[in-house]
Design a protein. Structure first.
Length: 261
């Protein structure tokens, strides 16, 4: 019953944003429900009545140019942009103790599949953070999905002028077919062997030729059975750990599995 109530609350919030000029491209992306739930949870909003809407308005604004959403509260800033291939979610967190800012960029395609995840860290004073300034990152880590073979990922680490790259194969966690970023809550519920994306992936090689060979192997027609097994594992995982099945159709389409249920 509580889950049904939460869905109704999110739909009402979505309609409220629609009436206030938020881009339809953002509102109709399947990922929007997760993001709206994140905002309402941070605000501890239980019932979306007029009083709650007035409270939300203190922390939320709508971009006039692209119909994006900006949410600011205390040391957290959350921005949703409308981009060519889907939507971009930026999560900025300020850390007072060492005057640093951490920003996560999550890129979702029009079907809600995450195809890129970046983490940036840099120094910034609180005054400039409050003004909306991003600061200059000193380190950047990115995970980029190969959308033709969505179980293959390239990781890049940039520290000043040094760039390191690693190739990964998603190994034991089917949930990563929809998310590159896993929260502590996700990791706790599935009790995996590791605590990060790196722990849950297998390093392939730094050799580009070997990586291209792996890509070719996964894209061959003979791999159709393999892709179906991946998808079935993903479905079973969602049911076992009560994860959403909202992205199953998108995953099936990306893997070219038709008629999947």
């Amino acid at each position: 019953m509580s889950e049904v109530y939460n869905v109704v609350k999110l739909e009402n919030f979505k309609e409220y944003l629609n009436q206030n000029g938020v881009s339809h491209k953002i509102l109709y992306n399947p990922r929007i429900y997760e993001i709206l739930d994140m905002i309402l949870d941070d605000l501890s909003v239980i019932n979306l009545d007029e009083e709650s809407k007035n409270y939300i308005e203190k922390y939320l604004s709508i971009e006039k140019i692209d119909g994006g959403i900006i949410y600011k509260k205390d040391k957290l800033r959350l921005i949703i942009h409308n981009i060519d291939n889907g939507i971009l979610l930026k999560i900025q967190q300020y850390i007072d103790s060492n005057s640093t800012i951490q920003m996560e960029k999550r890129f979702f395609d029009k079907n809600g599949i995450e195809y890129s995840y970046e983490i940036e860290k840099g120094f910034l004073d609180r005054q400039n953070f409050n003004k909306g300034i991003n600061g200059i990152p000193t380190t950047r880590i990115s995970y980029i999905r190969d959308m033709k073979n969505i179980n293959l990922i390239i990781k890049s680490i940039k520290d000043k002028s040094v760039v390191l790259r690693k190739k990964y194969l998603i190994q034991e966690t089917p949930y990563m077919l929809q998310n590159l970023r896993l929260t502590p809550k996700d990791l706790y519920s599935i009790n995996p062997k590791g605590k990060s994306i790196d722990d849950l992936c297998e390093v392939l090689t730094v050799d580009e030729k070997i990586y291209e060979m792996m890509k070719e192997m996964f894209s061959e027609k003979d791999s159709e059975k393999y892709k179906k097994e991946i998808f079935k594992t993903y479905q079973n995982f969602n049911r076992m750990y009560q994860k959403t099945n909202r992205y199953e159709k998108a995953i099936a389409t990306q893997l070219e599995i038709y008629g999947a249920r």
